[in-house]
Design a protein around this ligand. Structure first.
Ligand code: GN1
Ligand code: MG
Length: 345
């Protein structure tokens, strides 16, 4: 019973009631665990942090601790799921295999809107992510470790792509030449973003960096946003990518791994803009506000590049559920990228 013995590093309890897999993250493994103590049943979220991707688990947890503590004393309308320490006071338990485990409170009666959401949900999600950024705008960014160096640096990601093309470790380059040939379509967008970052036109702020639809919890009954979750990549960045990842995941009419052609839903984009700006219009610069949709093109092109790179690398980063999963994702994101560029840039 590995999950039980891990849970016992964090809590004393009389009776173990079980663990079940929840969510569909591409990186970490997440379980809902339940146990009973003195007749009371408790539920928590247990997660194995992927330390092959997050190379400094302790620094990552320190980031989450600092950000959660900070949010707790801000005028911030959402719940904060603060990590729960082990009985020894550490935010991580390392098991005998060298896996890193952590526990968060479980937010009951909630759901994450994976798959096409309504305009109401999109508006509320964008407002919640906006409130998150607003609450963090005076957080001392220098106190945060970079949990994945160059996470949204497309110059670096492009170099990694070229490196894989050259090494061709699983011999996929020749067969997939057509999709590879489409990738440079994203370069002008990447270049614009890099230029704006380098010239200082985009202020460096504390951002979430993974603002997908699945990282926000809604109340099952009221359908109001409850909590922004997954703080693993909170670090200095630009708000363009946070707005962009919302467009990438809320606006399409199908999920990122659907093999059919993707269509954009313009009413969702409008709802995202309205929700986001309702929390940010008074403190974002004009340049930031003007380029939010360039952020959508950027982050979608980057996601296509990341999936394609992983496909060509032999599926070493994202979890896959079938052999061509990363290829399907890459094609889907390329289609979405084209749709965004055609209509919004
Ligand atoms: C990963 O694991 P998850 O679903 O939270 C990835 C994001 C991608 C996303 C694509 C650390 O997020 O950057 O946008 O998959 N997280 C990391 O679905 O790489
Ligand atoms: Mg994540």
């Amino acid at each position: 019973m590995p999950h039980q013995s891990i849970a016992r590093q964090f809590f004393h309890f009389d009776r173990w009631l079980g663990a079940e897999v929840i969510g569909n993250g591409n990186i970490n493994d997440t379980y809902r665990i339940t146990f009973e103590n003195n007749g009371n049943v408790s539920t928590f979220l247990l997660q194995r942090l992927n330390h092959h991707i997050f190379l400094q688990p302790e620094a990552l947890m320190e980031n989450i601790r600092k950000v959660s503590d900070f949010l707790a004393v801000q005028d911030y309308p959402l719940q904060v799921a603060r990590p729960i320490p082990t009985l020894e006071g550490s935010l991580l338990h390392v098991d005998e295999q060298g896996n890193y485990w952590r526990i968060f409170p479980f937010i009951p009666n909630s759901y994450a809107p994976e798959g096409p959401a309504t305009t109401d949900i999109a508006f509320n999600a964008a407002r919640a992510y906006g409130a998150f950024l607003r609450a963090l705008r005076h957080f001392p960014a220098a106190e945060l470790a970079e949990t994945i160096p160059g996470f949204h640096d497309t110059d670096r990601r492009w170099a990694a792509f070229e490196d894989i093309l050259e090494k061709d470790p699983v011999r996929r380059v020749r067969e997939y030449a057509a999709v590879i040939a489409a990738m440079p379509e994203a370069l002008p967008v990447f270049q614009k973003i890099s230029d704006m970052k380098n010239s200082g036109a985009l202020p460096l702020r504390v951002t979430h960096n993974d603002t997908k639809a699945g990282n926000i919890l809604f109340d099952e009954t009221t359908h109001q946003a409850l909590s922004v979750i997954d703080l693993d990549t909170v670090m200095p960045g630009t708000v363009l990518s946070d707005f962009g990842d919302m467009v990438r995941t809320f606006a399409p009419d199908r999920p990122e791994d659907n093999p059919e052609q993707v269509f954009l839903r313009p009413d969702i984009i409008t709802a995202l803009q309205e929700g986001f700006l309702s929390e940010t219009v008074d403190w974002l610069t004009e340049t930031e506000q003007k380029h939010l949709l360039l952020g959508a093109a950027w982050i979608t092109g980057e996601q296509a590049l990341r999936f394609l790179t992983d496909w060509l690398a032999g599926d070493v980063y994202y979890k896959i559920r079938y052999p061509e999963h990363n290829l399907v994702r890459a094609r889907n994101q390329l289609g979405l990228f084209r749709a965004i560029v055609a209509k919004y840039t």
